[in-house]
Design a protein around this ligand. Structure first.
Ligand code: HEM
Length: 343
């Protein structure tokens, strides 16, 4: 196995797919890139941005904010239902589609931490009730349009991966579906390009001493430029070239596409298993309660708090072990290698 995963016989994620190339993802970024040098370049920038403590703090801050917003919507929905039955502010329950809420939550979170731009999926879900959220309708609609396009793109890539070129190009209904998927891809690319172009202009005008945003886009822009102390080097010790806008676009998209369904599905599965095994839930609460005492008004998770949640971490890992959300992790060798006597 060691040999199989060694850099010398580096194994790519997925083998060549004409469909993935046609939809514009093959040979770029991380997930669909078989070229080791190019993969390594993207992977270094991606990891550097994701593991930056500033980025983690941004993620935690927005998780806190969105949690507060979402629980506000839940409270309000329950209040709307039980107005006549004396709503109790400290003891309320709500029956709702947890997956829909959490999927929206993951979409909103991933968008703000990658691009710095908010979307309003949870607000739009709340807007289906009798009362509207405080966010202007136009913003909610626009944010939702972009989220829906990104969510479709995940399915569209899979469609292009598994449906052959003959069907996609010549079978009437499938051909039309493919054309509309490519249109959707163009819309997502254009939207990201617009965000990237505007941010580049903004960052270029900023004085060096000014604090910048800590989203992934800003971190990808500034790494290996005069605007950042952090420098990443190639294996030969040479400084890597700062990222072009096109490379930034693919890295951001991969974070959005790879980080939304995974996070929301895993969270829903964790919730399911906690309900199924109440003794585990009880043990989890015993770990959480001393960190967030019930008496405390303030509910704000910090990086330090998270590092104390060892049992919670074990629950996340065990759930993903029992039922992995990313069901396949393919490998394809890019040069001849021998494995257990087979070539
Ligand atoms: C619960 C959440 C997540 C799960 C279960 C998950 C699972 C996985 C798995 C199984 C792989 C394949 C690894 C391999 O082939 O060795 C992968 C790759 C990847 N994931 Fe995730 N992921 C999650 C969240 C995220 C998030 C939040 C992001 C981005 C911000 C992300 C971005 C990526 C990328 C870019 C790759 C390709 C890595 C590479 O080829 O080197 N994932 N993920």
């Amino acid at each position: 196995m060691e040999k199989f995963f060694s850099h010398a016989s580096y194994s790519g994620r997925l083998s060549y797919s004409q469909g993935v190339e046609e939809i514009g993802f093959y040979g770029r970024g991380i997930a669909f890139n078989e070229d080791y040098k190019s993969w390594n370049y993207h992977r270094q920038f991606f990891t550097h941005a994701l593991l930056a403590p500033r980025f983690m703090d941004t993620t935690i801050n927005f998780t806190n904010k969105l949690c507060k917003e979402m629980s506000g919507y839940w409270k309000s929905l329950e209040k709307q239902k039980t107005l006549s039955n004396n709503y109790d502010n400290n003891n309320w329950t709500l029956e709702t589609d947890f997956h829909a809420w959490f999927h929206g939550f993951a979409n909103d979170l991933i968008s703000i931490i990658t691009t710095g731009e908010r979307t309003y999926t949870i607000a739009s879900y709340y807007n289906k009730s009798a009362i509207k959220s405080e966010h202007p309708d136009a913003l909610v609609e626009d944010g939702c349009k972009s989220v829906n396009a990104s969510v479709s793109l995940i399915k569209d890539i899979l469609f292009f991966m598994f449906v052959g070129p003959f069907m996609r190009h010549y079978i009437p209904i499938i051909r039309n579906m493919s054309i509309s998927m490519l249109k959707n891809r163009n819309y997502v690319f254009e939207r990201f390009d617009e965000i990237i172009k505007n941010r580049r202009k903004k960052i270029e005008k900023m004085p060096l001493d000014k604090d910048m945003n800590n989203d992934m886009l800003t971190l990808l822009f500034t790494t290996n430029t005069t605007k950042s102390i952090a420098k990443i080097k190639a294996l030969d010790g040479k400084l890597l070239k700062p990222m072009s806008d096109e490379k930034i676009r693919i890295n951001l998209l991969e974070a959005v596409l790879g980080g939304t369904d995974t996070t929301s599905n895993l969270f829903c599965l964790i919730t399911y298993y906690l309900c199924k095994y109440p003794h585990v839930k009880q043990k989890m609460l015993l770990e959480i309660d001393p960190i967030f005492p019930k008496s405390s008004e303030k509910f704000h998770v910090s990086r330090n708090d998270i590092s104390k949640l060892k049992y919670c971490k074990a629950i996340i890992k065990e759930t993903n072990r029992i039922i992995p959300v990313a069901i396949f992790t393919p490998r394809c060798t890019v040069e001849e290698c021998e494995f257990a006597g087979y070539k």
